[in-house]
Design a protein around this ligand. Structure first.
Ligand code: DGL
Length: 277
């Protein structure tokens, strides 16, 4: 066992920092290493095979940095790669390691957000096409009605720092209108993409009264805390010296400049390569 075994947090780019930020609030004593695959982001419009291949490379890289537990803090990766990694790779190659996603912590409590029994999912095209949210919510709550809306322009708006500008209003209104055309009585919307919390002020401006907006960060953080309590055999492989590292597959200087928008405080980053994994 190594003295330093951080919890790995993976995202296609910066978005997972909105999840990490909530996790470190709830579990500050743990060590964390964040990996953003910025060189190949966005994942949202990529094929199943590509998202799976990229994600598995990054998970193996985090394993090589002694992570025993890795969180896929990316909905697209959770939707398209998690199941294959959990079922095909881990049992054979890394039976003691764990990889968890962000979809289950949100879907297993979906019913508590809605009075009308109608939930909306706002996500990338890839997550919508996978239907992961619909399938998972139906498993837990078969009577809930679930409506999905792909928002392909939202990640580029956030990545390009245009989420507070007037261009964002057009695309926020457009996708919300399309969602409410599917079901006017929706009263709970899940932000099923890690970038979307940055658009919350704009989204709220166009939401009908009484509609609840659900961000995943706090839900994932609470679920991880519960998981570590229930799994002491994993918890003892997670070191606790309060250290945070930030890795990116693209320029470290660029990452450091952008990351604070998502993480809420300045970070220092290091560039790494996952080629060959
Ligand atoms: N982080 C991804 C997600 O949560 C969105 C960004 C991307 O398309 O890569 O779905």
């Amino acid at each position: 066992m190594y003295a330093y075994q951080p919890i790995g947090i993976f995202d296609s780019g910066y978005g997972g920092l909105t999840v990490m930020r909530e996790i470190v609030k709830v579990l500050p004593e743990y060590d964390y290493v964040y990996l953003g695959d910025n060189a190949r982001t966005p994942y949202g419009n990529r094929s199943f095979e590509t998202v799976y291949h990229y994600t598995w490379q990054c998970v193996q890289y985090l394993f090589s940095r002694h992570c025993h537990l890795v969180i896929l803090a990316c909905n697209t990766a959770s939707a398209k790669a998690l199941r294959t990694i959990q079922q095909r790779h881990l049992p054979v190659t890394f039976p003691e390691r764990r990889v968890l996603g962000v979809i289950r912590p949100t879907t297993e409590i979906a019913q508590q957000f809605t009075r009308n029994g109608a939930v909306g999912i706002l996500a990338t095209t890839g997550t919508v096409q996978s239907a992961s949210y619909v399938i998972e919510i139906r498993k837990f709550f078969p009577a809930l009605r679930v409506y999905q809306q792909a928002c392909p322009m939202w990640v580029p708006l956030v990545e390009n720092n245009e989420h507070e500008g007037p261009g964002a209003d057009y695309f926020v209104k457009k996708y919300l209108d399309q969602l409410f055309q599917q079901a006017a009585d929706l009263d709970a919307l899940i932000l099923a993409c890690t970038h979307y919390p940055l658009l919350i002020p704009k989204i709220k401006a166009y939401l009908p009264d009484g509609v609840q907006l659900i961000s995943q960060g706090p839900l994932v953080a609470a679920s991880l805390k519960d998981y570590l309590r229930r799994h002491p055999e994993i918890d003892r492989h997670c070191s606790k010296s309060g250290r945070r590292e930030f890795l990116t597959t693209d320029s470290a200087a660029l990452f450091a400049r952008q990351a604070s928008i998502f993480y809420g405080e300045p970070v220092e980053a290091q560039q790494i390569s996952v080629e060959g994994l």
